[in-house]
Design a protein around this ligand. Sequence first.
Ligand code: UT7
Length: 333
Amino acid sequence: MRAKLTGTGMYVPERVVTNHDLAALMETTDEWIQQRTGIKERRYVTPGQTPVDLAAAACEQALEKANLKATDLDFILLATLSSEHEFPGTSFFLQDRLGAGSVPCIDLRAQCSGFLYALNFADGLIQSQKCKRILVVGCELHSTGIDLTTRGRDVAVIFGDGAGAVILEANSEEDDPSGLLGIELHAEGENARRLWIEAPASGHQPVRIDQKMIEEGRHFPQMDGRYVFKNAVKRMPEVMLSTLEQAGIKLEDVGLFLFHQANLRINEFVAQKMEIPDDRVLNNIQRYGNCSAASIPMLLAEADEAGRLQTGQLVSMTAFGSGFTWGSALIRC
Ligand code: UT7
């Protein structure tokens, strides 16, 4: 039994925020952002839009492509680090919005590797024959949670809002080799504080957040950027190669490489190191910035739209992010 990709979808808000727009809010320049990250613009929600609005639009597209109704699903797995509410998270509000009846759902928190972690659980549920049809969503609304002043500029300029979704269905056809061929995941909690949001936090007493913490900006993401960068360029090739090797697939046979969109420089470095030709790598960070758990499913949807997920195509997906978490998955379309 294999988990076959049968639908993709994505949504980004209409509001385009350019590097010049950010330079009006903080000490930064279009040149600095483009040189260090490759980002030209990103999307921010308009007032009133919430994570569920983003996720629902992506999911509806994926369901339509797979020719399914929300009630046909056996599970909804949603990866995010920017929940609709602290609890119960996002997936329950999404499940209601989609009209999914009593289909079970859950939020997964593995940050930028979240979509791959969710894919792993979906694959397990399908292989064990507990589920036949699963919706896997990555959704992030960063723009309301970043420090849009000079103090937070290192992180603020990279993040954007967006959502991506896929449908995975059980495939037991002997003459159809489509499906997830391999997946490998890792985590390294000793680096959890190198990229994190400290508060609000249940461990802070007597309250989860106070005025002083807000003044100090401890409710905004903090990142040791250089350290994260160094680890990303080491771990991504490592896990990608290991996943291909386990699946018995050669790098040159992979038609499409999708990397988490954290920084174009990271992806260029990885592609160069692995000698992957440019036309086999798809990036969209230039237009959307870093949408964390949504980055890879957004790329899948764009690849699908561009006709690059033809039957038989091998697609390798690799991510690195907060936790630290990293992983890679290989799918045959
Ligand atoms: O998605 C999860 C995983 N995340 C990542 O993989 C991100 C990995 N890290 C990065 O992408 C990069 O570290 C950043 C793009 C975040 C930062 O680039 P960097 O080349 O590592 O810059 P830096 O933090 O070492 O800062 C270099 C200089 C500093 O100034 P001084 O100390 O040299 O005077 C910063 O204050 O650049 C300054 N700086 C900025 N200047 C203009 C930092 N952010 C900005 C900014 N605009 N936005």
